[in-house]
Design a protein. Structure first.
Length: 156
């Protein structure tokens, strides 16, 4: 099962959470690395790495590239869009839509090429801006939903 996770991004500067958009939302800009020890995947999900490099997050516009390593293979996808809840194309006919849930949390919804929801996630940044925790629900075709938690550490 190929599952590229729309998990996450998080804060800006190393000194803690920095608000974007005039102080309304925390910026997820920076490099985030999967904390494998704290992440809880169910059986069958063999992700061993996930690096997300958020190059722009000003509270309105979101741009990033994400490299997920699963079953020994690295896959990279990019996103260039906004926090407006509108689906934007990513790869293989899939789309992602992002929106703010609160000042420190965003929600994402992934659709497949047929327009069906394949994943929903909510990612929150810690008060010190060094950790991001994503709660993910994946909806594989013909199977029961799968829930898991991913934890990311701010690398820069």
């Amino acid at each position: 099962m190929r599952m590229v996770l729309a998990t996450a991004m998080a804060l800006a500067l190393a000194g803690g959470a920095q608000a974007a958009d005039g102080g309304k939302f925390v910026s997820f800009q920076g490099l985030w690395r999967l904390n494998v020890a704290e992440t809880r995947y169910p059986a069958g999900i063999a992700i061993t790495g996930n690096d997300m490099n958020v190059t722009k997050d000003d509270g309105a516009v979101l741009q990033y590239s994400e490299t997920v390593t699963m079953d020994g293979k690295a896959t990279t996808q990019t996103f260039d869009g906004a926090y407006d809840g509108k689906p934007r194309p990513i790869d293989q006919g899939q789309t992602l839509a992002f929106r703010h849930i609160s000042a420190t949390t965003y929600g994402a919804v992934r659709h497949n090429a047929d327009g069906k929801v394949t994943e929903r996630s909510a990612c929150a940044i810690s008060a010190d801006g060094k950790k991001m925790t994503c709660r993910v629900s994946a909806y594989p075709p013909g199977a029961k939903p799968v829930k898991f938690i991913e934890v990311f550490d701010k690398a820069e």
